[in-house]
Design a protein around this ligand. Structure first.
Ligand SMILES: [Zn+2]
Length: 200
């Protein structure tokens, strides 16, 4: 994983961070497409400069923002204890492309390795905001070691859909199904056997 270094001129001195308990993920929601644009936008708000520690472009480039040892300015009430990553794009109405997703996974994995008890969260878990957007692929980015989209699909294989949960539990209790493969299709002979089991 490569971090691209940027030179920023800070409006005032940054504050060193003494605790690191949270890793908070954001989207930039059209505030700029380069780290320097984000930096300029945050300066215009009267802040020290770019408020995130990392900025991940859609092409997969990871830029450094504030030094990781300094407090960020990305999440009200949690800047003293967190690292903030911002992803280019607006995931309220966009979907993340593979290059950005893979860069995000690698970056989160690297930070989690260095701070093993860190809690990875979405900005909206901390403040009243839609950030990082409803299409943000949080599970894939936050658990890069534990899971892939394929693993998640596999786990779903044995879980019935929300609307079918009660009926599925009933059918298992009645011995009509053994509870495996709730999403598989049924042949006529299987359907007849299921009806026969209930009628018996
Ligand atoms: Zn945010």
């Amino acid at each position: 994983m490569k971090i691209t270094e940027e030179v920023y001129s800070w409006a005032y001195a940054l504050t060193p961070r003494t605790v690191t308990t949270d890793l908070i993920l954001h989207h930039e929601a059209a505030k700029g497409t380069t780290p320097q644009q984000i930096h300029a936008y945050h300066l215009s708000k009267g802040w020290a400069g770019i408020a995130y520690h990392y900025f991940v472009r859609q092409n997969g480039t990871i830029y450094r923002g504030r030094p990781e040892t300094m407090c960020g300015g990305h999440t009200a009430n949690y800047n003293y204890c967190s690292i903030g990553i911002c992803f280019e794009g607006n995931f309220e109405n966009e979907y993340m492309c593979d290059a950005q997703l893979e860069a995000g996974q690698a970056l989160v994995e690297d930070i989690v390795k260095r701070y093993p008890s860190i809690h990875v969260g979405k900005h909206k878990d901390y403040n009243a905001t839609a950030c990082p957007g409803m299409n943000f692929p949080f599970t894939y980015i936050a658990n890069p070691v534990k899971g892939t989209p394929e693993d998640e699909l596999k786990a779903d294989e044995d879980t019935p859909s929300e609307w079918a949960r009660e009926a599925w539990a009933w059918a298992m209790k009645k011995g009509i199904t053994d509870g495996t493969k709730p999403h598989d299709t049924v042949t006529r002979e299987q359907a007849a056997t299921m009806l026969w089991r209930e009628a018996k």
